[in-house]
Ligand binder design. Structure first.
Ligand SMILES: [Zn+2]
Length: 108
């Protein structure tokens, strides 16, 4: 049986904090803090179109946010290429896409 380090009250094994004084129980199961909530929101922004630029451009983001921002921007770029392609089709033009149009493999 464990006792509160602060007030000496008896603790149940499932308690995360002392029922008497609220002192956190050491070693209680807590959510591991791998990702802060800021990181989470910035990570989500990474996949919301142009908003991906926010986590990408804001300085001092964690590596976690940065890697998601880069993935988001890659997705955004492929979406932009698709749009350009659709516009070319709509204009009945046979234009190369910018940048990737020069890659022989894609050109076929
Ligand atoms: Zn206590």
């Amino acid at each position: 049986m464990a006792y509160c380090a602060k007030c000496g009250s008896q603790l149940n094994e499932s308690d995360k904090a002392c029922g008497n004084c609220g002192e956190p129980v050491p070693g209680a199961n807590r959510a591991p803090e791998t990702t802060s909530s800021n990181d989470m929101w910035m990570g989500i922004l990474s996949y919301l179109g142009l908003l991906a630029l926010i986590p990408y451009l804001v300085k001092d983001q964690s590596a976690f946010v940065r890697s998601h921002a880069v993935r988001g921007i890659v997705g955004l770029a492929s979406f932009a290429f698709s749009l350009i392609g659709i516009i070319n089709v709509a204009n009945k033009e046979d234009k190369d896409l910018p940048v990737i149009g020069n890659i022989r493999l894609i050109k076929g």
